[in-house]
Design a protein around this ligand. Structure first.
Ligand SMILES: [Zn+2]
Length: 459
């Protein structure tokens, strides 16, 4: 109910009375780090279209939070950190409605489920809304491209002055599942490669949007809700990582003649202000000194406020992670055939969660995911960890990487701060494996090069 109450919004004036823009597009990106975009300096050409697109690229937006829900509730709605409240009635859709625009919301995110329902309810304030999915964000693996024909229909439907919101799935984890039918410009050998491919795909998506708009006078703004921790073997949310908050913000305009870069530290909490000038209005609830055109005149917000557990300054987030550059490194490990230097051990237990293609774009690489623990200490196994493939004729070993697995710790009733490095992930070439995980075990090698194959606790 409070979401639909826009009575506190007063449109004070139109900024530019000569503005004859026909269509405004707001693309809400998903999990995109700016340091993976070549237009922001990534060394591989991941954004060939954007590299020469005409408009304004702001380098320095800090997302309001480390995940979709925490960030967008403070970006698409007016948040007041000093009171720790969100003014639900003051939001990107209501501002445009009140200013007299026809509003359209197209989404490839979840229509219900924890954290998504608020954005679904926001979309219902629009003149029209269309979700590709009917359930939560995992309820279908729809491709962002499926939003293009819907977008095209809206563009061609009438001559109303429009604001169109597009909420992408973008680079949402599992990232390798987002590539769909897109053919990356390189071969994918690791998880970071999948991430880079989704950035290339984003560039093509925005190019296609501008092609649909090419007969129109348009303005387009894009930003991402947050970043991710991107490593070669794994991608996940790390709320204490600086790059989790370093996101792109740019503006394309059919009337622009050049590409302008502005280095300016800005808080995601001010995106609603930038948006209000983007839709050409001054209001009583937004600050019109924030705009793309005048961004270079703003003072740097040197230590923006973010929301993670509570409102705090970005400077409390210390951990840094440069982008992965060598994306074509094959992370599969050599497989060793063991002779007599192994034992089936009951001193440790292990469990194989799954054996499957690691990256859909490269079916040659398989991934074994499981865990192992020593029976007595109920602690992660020591030594070099990895996976064993056991057949009648031979036993083979491939080294793996340790991952933290808090679920196993909980299974053993270990305290929360206990070591949780039970998880073991191995990457290997498909030729060594069949899909029968009954023959696969997890285990380790000790200092004297003896291998211990941990017996499974259950299947
Ligand atoms: Zn997100």
């Amino acid at each position: 109910m409070s979401l639909g109450d826009s009575s506190n919004i007063i449109i004070e004036s139109i900024i530019d009375n000569n503005d004859d823009t026909e269509v405004r597009v707001v693309i809400i990106g998903e999990a995109v780090r700016k340091d993976y975009m070549s237009v922001y300096g990534y060394p591989h050409s991941t954004t060939p279209f954007l590299n020469s697109a005409k408009g304004i690229f702001i380098d320095g937006l800090v997302s309001a939070g480390p995940n979709t829900q925490l960030s967008l509730t403070r970006t698409l709605f007016k948040a007041d950190p000093s009171e720790n409240i969100i003014h639900w009635g003051i939001n990107i859709v209501s501002l445009a409605n009140k200013a007299g625009y026809k509003t359209y919301w197209i989404s490839n995110q979840g229509a219900n489920g924890w954290g998504d329902d608020v954005f679904f309810n926001l979309s219902k304030l629009a003149t029209q809304n269309k979700f590709l999915k009917t359930g939560d964000f995992e309820s279908g693996n729809n491709d962002d491209e499926e939003m293009l024909p819907i977008f095209k229909n809206i563009i061609n439907s009438n001559a109303d002055n429009k604001v169109i919101f597009i909420h992408m799935m973008g680079s949402h984890e599992p990232v390798c599942s987002r590539i769909g039918n897109y053919k990356p410009n390189f071969k994918i050998y690791n998880e970071a490669g999948c991430y880079v491919a989704t950035i290339e795909k984003l560039d093509l998506f925005i190019k296609k949007i501008t092609e649909i708009l090419k007969e129109k006078k348009y303005k387009l703004m894009y930003f991402s809700d947050h970043g991710l921790s991107v490593e070669k073997t794994t991608i996940f949310h790390d709320n204490d990582l600086y790059e989790e908050y370093q996101v792109p913000l740019f503006y394309l305009d059919s009337e622009s003649k050049e590409q302008i870069h502005i280095k300016k530290k800005l808080s995601g909490l001010n995106l609603l202000d930038i948006y209000s000038t983007f839709i050409n209005i001054k209001t009583n609830v937004t600050d019109h000194k924030y705009s793309f055109q005048l961004a270079s005149e703003l003072a740097d917000n040197t230590d923006p406020i973010i929301y993670w557990e509570k409102y705090k300054h970005l400077s409390t987030i210390q951990k840094r992670q440069p982008p992965v550059i060598d994306i074509e490194t094959n992370i599969t490990k050599e497989i060793l055939e063991l002779k007599n230097n192994y034992t089936f051990s009951d001193q440790c237990i292990s469990y194989v969660d799954y054996v499957k293609i690691a990256f859909p774009a490269n079916p040659q690489i398989y991934k074994i995911v499981g865990w192992a623990a020593s029976t007595k200490e109920k602690e992660p196994v020591n030594g070099i960890v990895g996976s064993f493939i056991v057949s009648d004729s031979k036993v083979m070993f491939v080294e793996g990487d340790i991952e933290s697995r808090s679920g196993v710790r909980e299974h053993f009733n270990m305290p929360k701060d206990a070591n949780s490095n039970y998880g073991i992930v191995s990457f290997l070439d498909k030729k060594y494996i069949n899909d029968n995980k009954e023959n696969i075990y997890i285990g380790y090698k000790d200092k004297s090069d003896h291998y211990y194959i941990c017996s499974k606790p259950y299947n």
